[in-house]
Write a protein that binds this ligand. Structure first.
Ligand SMILES: [Zn+2]
Length: 441
């Protein structure tokens, strides 16, 4: 039944396309040619914006980018006029959780998500998360684990690629890995075996096996938790409980690199952070307290830094409590770490931890945080375009408006180089050459 409907649809589309082609002068117009007139183009690579550009798109790829004076606009092409707007590559958020919804403690919080909600409900909500991301101009996400929803991210990715639901390109990491005592659900009677938000391993053999399983079932990246609980120590420092040993992590890294894939390490500070670097992590997630040795090692090893600043300003516990002190300490050391890393030239990518923040909140809130801490608006834009493209081994394919790249293009009315908050008002979104949203006046 479904098959017949699909063939009917295909027939109708083909028929109407051929009518269109005839109406516009026949074979000289290749099917699916779109031209964007860009008032200003920030292409993701170049340090300087260019005025009055013409972007020719054929199918799902960018064919050419040129000055309007020299541009050859194919006759009969679909022209999108963004001559009053700033055009940029589709944005990349390198740290999200499409299967989390900023769980409200009054509704059972994180635990209810795993204990009470059917997987189908969680998947349905994830389809809303990915749609929200696309609406806001994020055409690629690196999604860093499903929090108990198994390989659901692989399914959502397949649904997007199959055209069943709208959403960004996904780089998924499936279940993630930590150790015994290293992840919720926790705080229940020891007699009860509780499900966990990650795959728990102890020892290098189990660690390698978990990586193999996750890679086998579709993980594009492996996510490892190198620290878990954190608190303020006796000297007022941020202390983090370490999880995997270097030997355990090395087994995961060795296995994953063999598959030509990479490892993202959640690491706050101290022992766990240094084990992450000694074990050969490709990206440090959060990196709240980067000491000088950590920064030097990141530079030497070419480790990426995905700081996720904004999420540490949400939901602080009351000031006088231990949790409240910890929350404030996290934010203050994080600011210093970001400034130091920026100054030292560590490779920084834009990430938000959306899902930890409800998907109803604006994703672009992270941009002004980065700029307030000293990053230039152009570098902030690159941290969400060409830089993560490099991290994802997609240089020239995404995060750039240039010939040969996928046609992932967005636009804002204002100038984000003057006010980075403009990136929170994306009015035009194209992914893979298809217009998803056009509200630019
Ligand atoms: Zn996260």
């Amino acid at each position: 039944m479904m098959k017949e409907i699909r063939w009917m649809l295909l027939f109708c589309i083909t028929a109407s396309l051929s009518v269109l082609a005839q109406g516009t002068g026949g074979a000289s117009v290749p099917q699916g040619t779109t031209v964007i007139r860009a008032g200003t183009l920030i292409d993701g690579n170049s340090d300087s914006p260019r005025r009055d550009q013409v972007i020719v798109i054929r199918g799902n790829r960018i064919e050419s980018v040129s000055d309007v004076s020299s541009a050859k606009i194919p006759v009969g092409a679909n022209v999108i006029d963004l001559s009053g707007a700033t055009v940029l590559p589709g944005l990349i958020d390198s740290h999200t959780h499409i299967f989390l919804q900023g769980e409200d403690p009054s509704q059972g919080g994180y635990d209810a998500n795993i204990l009470k909600y059917p997987l189908a409900l969680r998947a349905a909500r994830a389809t809303v998360s990915v749609r929200r991301a696309l609406e806001q101009g994020f055409t690629t996400l690196r999604d860093l684990e499903t929090e108990g929803a198994g390989y659901g991210d692989v399914g959502i990715k397949e649904a997007i690629e199959g055209g069943y639901i709208p959403g960004p390109r996904l780089f998924v990491s499936t279940r993630a890995i930590s150790t015994t005592g290293g992840y919720p659900l926790e705080g229940y009677a020891p007699e009860v075996e509780m499900p966990k938000g990650v795959q728990i391993v102890d020892g290098p053999v189990e660690a390698r096996k978990a990586a193999r399983e996750q890679l086998d079932h579709g993980a594009d990246w492996i996510k490892v938790y190198m620290t878990h609980r954190s608190w303020v120590g006796k000297k007022g420092e941020l202390v983090s409980q370490p999880t995997l040993t270097v030997e355990e992590l090395k087994a995961i890294v060795d296995e994953t690199h063999g598959w030509q894939k990479k490892i993202a390490c959640h690491a706050y500070s101290g022992i766990g952070l240094h084990r992450a670097l000694d074990g050969g992590c490709d990206s440090i997630e959060h990196g709240l307290d980067l000491d000088d040795a950590a920064i030097a090692q990141m530079l030497k090893q070419g480790t990426w830094y995905c700081p996720t600043i904004n999420v540490y300003y949400t939901d602080w516990a009351p000031a006088g409590t231990p949790a409240g002190q910890r929350d404030r300490k996290r934010a203050s050391v994080h600011e210093q770490s970001f400034r130091k890393a920026l100054k030292a030239g560590v490779k920084i990518v834009f990430g938000t931890d959306m899902g930890g923040i409800p998907w109803t909140e604006p994703i672009a809130e992270e941009f002004p945080r980065m700029v307030e801490l000293g990053m230039s608006p152009m570098d902030a834009i690159k941290s969400a375009t060409s830089r993560p493209a490099e991290m994802l081994d997609m240089t020239g394919q995404i995060g750039v408006v240039a010939p040969g790249a996928y046609a992932d293009v967005i636009a804002v009315t204002g100038n984000p180089l003057q006010d980075i908050k403009e990136l929170g008002r994306v009015g035009f979104v194209m992914k893979d050459g298809k217009v998803f949203k056009n509200e630019v006046k």
